[in-house]
Design a protein around this ligand. Structure first.
Ligand code: PMP
Length: 408
């Protein structure tokens, strides 16, 4: 009883540090009371522009009215009914049908899951099961998630070594280097690639490389998996990044921006490939919450907003404003973008941290990348207006100027 009384005297920050499992020694630790559109409102009364979108999640902004309406309507009907794939649930059916309308005919069969990592797990299993092969090819500096399978295809050793042994039979090759494609053989079940590497600091594949990769996969019978968990749902200027390249994968992975703020992911392939999960053994992938009806209702509304508000069509022009205002600044060593997924490279992680802190002090939230410590990450909600971009860029530019001139 005494302990409970003591706990109630602690601040939320103290309780956060004590009772929420921490995975970093320096969490941002901002206490948010409300989020709306591109804005976050903190408990101490400050208003921030969110230039990160919860890491490429809130593409339609926070609490888009259409998403909220769809969630409310579904709340009045039913929540969870049954483990994935048993009952006919109309939010799942309508979402899968809409995705099939928007995707090429070989990407018409959807398995809904709870997260990006689970989409990766499902796809790797599907490729092994369909091809009967055991080997997997992945890429250096790739990020695919935090579970054992997705960690195994991750292309950075530092985050993996403490968790060995991971999956066997995985080879990593370099993006945009066609020499490595010989590694893909008739023993390869699948090749998994982010067409635009996010955590590596926005490294885009070239069209030539993806065309050569597609050709090699077709020749050898290896399935080509595009991880569009970060690049999907309009972020790079098309609904999906593969549409920029005109190259069609055998399996596409979605999550993050899919749910309009609710947790949902998917792996999508052809009916023929996907059917291999339904026999020998049956239940080739099982998920209790995959395709939760509230998440599916939110996801469909979110997708319709992206299409109706032509959000992907406006991405290029918005991206250009950011480039004009930030790319040429003194102290900016490199600038990479794929639509509204942007990396501003400075000279060191120290500078990056200082700029992020200073921008945050002044109401602008940016972030860093897992595998590219010298770059600041910018990934605003796609609904951000041109004027809001200009305002936010000015704050970032001032922060870069202050930090970099202090250093020189
Ligand atoms: N793939 C990519 C490309 C990602 O960016 C992420 C998340 N950052 C994941 C997979 C894993 O998604 P989740 O965190 O939802 O498991």
């Amino acid at each position: 009883m005494e302990v409970h009384k003591f706990m109630r005297m602690l601040t939320n920050r103290q309780l956060f540090q004590q009772y929420i499992a921490q995975t970093s020694d320096s969490p941002i630790g901002l206490e948010i009371e409300k989020a709306e559109g591109i804005y976050l409102y903190s408990a101490d009364g400050k208003k921030y522009i969110d230039l990160i979108s919860g890491i490429s999640v809130s593409n339609t902004g926070h609490r888009h009215p259409c998403v909220i309406k769809a969630i409310r309507e579904q709340l009045d009907l039913y929540l969870h009914l049954m483990v994935y794939g048993e009952y006919i649930q109309s939010p799942q059916v309508r979402l899968a049908t809409r995705l099939a309308e928007l995707l090429p005919s070989n990407l018409s069969n959807t398995y809904f899951v709870n997260s990006g990592s689970e989409a990766v797990e499902g796809a790797l299993k599907l490729a092994k099961r369909f091809t009967g092969r055991k080997e997997i090819v992945a890429f250096h500096n790739a990020y695919h998630g935090g579970t054992h399978g997705s960690l195994s295809v991750m292309g950075d050793e530092t985050l993996k070594i403490p968790f060995y042994p991971l999956l066997p039979g995985i080879t990593h090759i370099k993006i945009n280097k066609t020499e490595g494609l010989d590694t893909i053989t008739d023993q390869t079940a699948c090749v998994i690639i982010e067409p635009i590497q996010g955590e590596a600091g926005v490294i885009s594949s070239t069209t030539e490389f993806l065309a050569a990769l597609r050709k090699r996969c077709t020749e050898t019978g290896a399935l080509l998996i595009f991880d569009e968990i970060q690049s999907g749902f309009g972020r790079t200027g098309k609904l999906f990044a593969f549409q920029k390249y005109n190259i069609i994968p055998d399996i596409i992975l979605l999550a993050k921006g899919m749910g309009g703020g609710l947790p949902i992911g998917a792996f999508i392939s052809s009916k023929e490939i996907m059917s291999s999960l339904s026999h020998d053994p049956i239940l080739g992938h099982i998920s209790t919450f995959g395709g939760n009806p509230v998440c599916c209702a939110a996801s469909l509304a979110n997708l319709e907003v992206i299409i109706a508000e032509k959000l992907s069509e406006s991405v290029e022009a918005k991206s250009n404003i950011l480039r004009e205002m930030l790319a040429g600044l003194p102290g900016v060593a490199d600038y990479r973008s794929a639509g509204l997924l942007i990396a501003v490279e400075l000279d060191s992680f120290e500078s990056v941290k200082k700029v992020i802190c200073q921008a945050m002090e002044n109401g602008i939230i940016t972030d860093w990348f897992l595998f590219n410590s010298k770059s600041i990450r910018i990934a605003p909600p796609l609904i951000i207006s041109d004027d809001e971009i200009r305002f936010a860029c000015q704050v970032i530019a001032d922060s870069i100027k202050a930090v970099m001139s202090y250093k020189s």
